[in-house]
Design a binder for this molecule. Structure first.
Ligand code: ATP
Ligand code: MG
Length: 457
């Protein structure tokens, strides 16, 4: 049998909040992800407390309160700098638009509040004062068995709120839990249609960082959820890529995402890096080609991520990596070629680009070992080039635009930029040229060349 009382580590401010509510005659329980993660021994991100005290009343009990969602019964209380969400216990009314319950009915019964929650592992309440655990749906057993099960009939619960389908896959990926057969069978992708893109993307972003991404993405594919949110990926279904690859284009994209480090921009770049291959496919006597899928892919990935309302910074990083993922270098390339690549993608992005390449190899090469050996050599060459601290951008040059204008006697304009670009090219080929004397001489020479070319015209 499960212990009815357990001891979980609860931060002082949360303890204090519950004690204050108790003293005022109210119930107070920690609920949701906090209880789940504390029992699992994982870091708790947010502490959520539920009480039978109404939001307006909560506001009078504490000095710092923000009315975050008072309409739905939630306020945020800040104690010693810790933000704690306090939600009044409620029972959900009927669902109107598959998204929000039509009306909020407050409740004094913790069991009613737990009944409206999505999964059994999220429907456990814990009182830090009495150390009592309320677990009517056997959530602790499911935590032990690593199982995801809806509270009540999965068909009804997913039909009430389609976002729960995304949450199901999110928990499968981040916790490594398996949905029960009945829960999985109730997944119907069209239920996601009324859900806002932002909320889907927020769950997708969390899901992508999970350690169990491989099997989660496969299951999202199998149940039509992937097609519902990123239909473009499905274009790669059944498209082979020749003898060098183990997967079709779709499988390769999913596998690359699973192989790369869990950072959002990297996982998105990996997931979408070959998304445009099917649209760029051609065949000739030499076999199958995907010319231009890097440029096309960057554009298509941008479209997808904008549609999902990802932020611009993430979109820019992802599309930049996809744009340059086809670089053709190896451990024996010239120093100059290596420096040119660093210059082109930028010092800030070169490591990410190498990680994308590594995942790309791990997810495709039939001879992965050899591929990874070659990758290591290339990475070492890039590290060497970076360690030389030569110039990779215009800003690193020993002279700047003002110097060029003075030396050559020209006004601001496109010619200054052209000369600087040419100087950078020269320095990428020969880093020892990056000093004032050599660059001044070169700049003068370039200006003269340009002048004589003008006069010939
Ligand atoms: P985390 O905070 O780690 O992302 P969480 O489980 O706490 O995970 P929240 O979105 O903070 O997720 O929600 C808090 C709790 O509210 C959940 O644990 C669950 O009990 C309930 N909940 C959240 N979203 C839903 C939903 N769509 N349907 C039913 N219950 C939900
Ligand atoms: Mg939470």
């Amino acid at each position: 049998m499960l212990p009815a009382r357990v001891s979980l580590t609860v931060p002082g401010p949360v303890q204090e909040l519950c004690a204050t509510l108790h003293r005022a005659g109210y119930q107070a329980y920690i609920v949701g992800g906090a209880v789940r993660d504390a029992i699992l021994g994982r870091d708790v991100q947010d502490w959520d407390v539920t009480t039978d005290c109404l939001p307006d009343e909560v506001a009078t009990l504490f000095s710092k309160v923000i009315a975050t969602g008072a309409k739905y019964g939630t306020v945020t209380v800040i104690i010693q700098g810790l933000a704690i969400e306090v939600t009044t216990m409620r029972q959900d009314g009927t669902y109107r638009d598959h998204r929000r319950p039509e009306e909020v009915i407050f409740s004094r019964d913790i069991r009613q509040d737990l009944a409206r929650r999505d999964f059994t592992i999220n429907a456990i309440a814990y009182s830090p004062l009495t150390r009592e655990v309320i677990d009517p749906y056997k959530g602790i057993r499911d935590l032990r068995r690593k199982r995801l099960r809806t509270v009540g009939d999965p068909h009804r619960r997913f039909a009430e709120d389609g976002l729960r389908i995304m949450r199901l896959f999110r928990f499968a990926s981040t916790l490594g839990f398996a949905p029960t057969r009945a829960t999985l069978k109730a997944v119907q992708a069209p239920l996601l249609q009324p859900i806002s893109r932002e909320r889907i993307a927020a769950e997708l972003a969390k899901l992508l960082l999970g350690s169990n991404l491989r099997s989660t993405l496969r299951s999202m594919y199998r149940y039509g959820v992937l097609e519902e949110i990123i239909p473009e990926l499905l274009e790669g279904e059944g498209i082979g890529q020749g003898a060098m690859h183990r997967y079709d284009v779709l499988g390769h994209n999913l596998e690359t995402a699973a192989c790369i480090e869990p950072k959002l921009h990297l996982r998105l770049a990996a997931l979408l890096h070959d998304v445009a291959k099917p649209r760029c496919m051609s065949t000739d006597a030499k076999g199958i080609h995907f010319y231009g899928h890097d440029v096309e892919g960057a554009a298509l990935a941008g479209e997808i991520l904008r549609r999902l309302r990802f932020d611009n910074k993430t979109i820019n990083k992802v599309t930049h990596l996809i744009r340059w993922h086809m670089f053709n270098l190896h451990g024996f390339s010239s120093d100059r070629a290596i420096r040119r690549l660093i210059s082109k993608v930028g010092q800030d992005n070169i490591h990410d680009l190498l990680l994308l390449r590594k995942a790309d190899i791990a997810a495709s090469a039939t001879d992965m070992h050899q591929g990874l050996q070659a990758w290591l050599q290339l990475r070492n060459r890039v590290e060497e080039a970076l360690a030389m601290q030569s110039a990779f951008g215009l800003r690193d040059l020993a002279i700047d635009g003002r110097d060029v204008m003075q030396l050559v006697g020209i006004r601001p304009g496109p010619q200054v930029g052209r000369i600087l670009e040419q100087l950078l090219n020269a320095v990428l080929a020969e880093p020892s040229l990056n000093n004032r004397e050599d660059l001044s001489r070169l700049a003068l020479g370039l200006a003269q060349q340009a002048e004589s070319a003008e006069s010939v015209k």
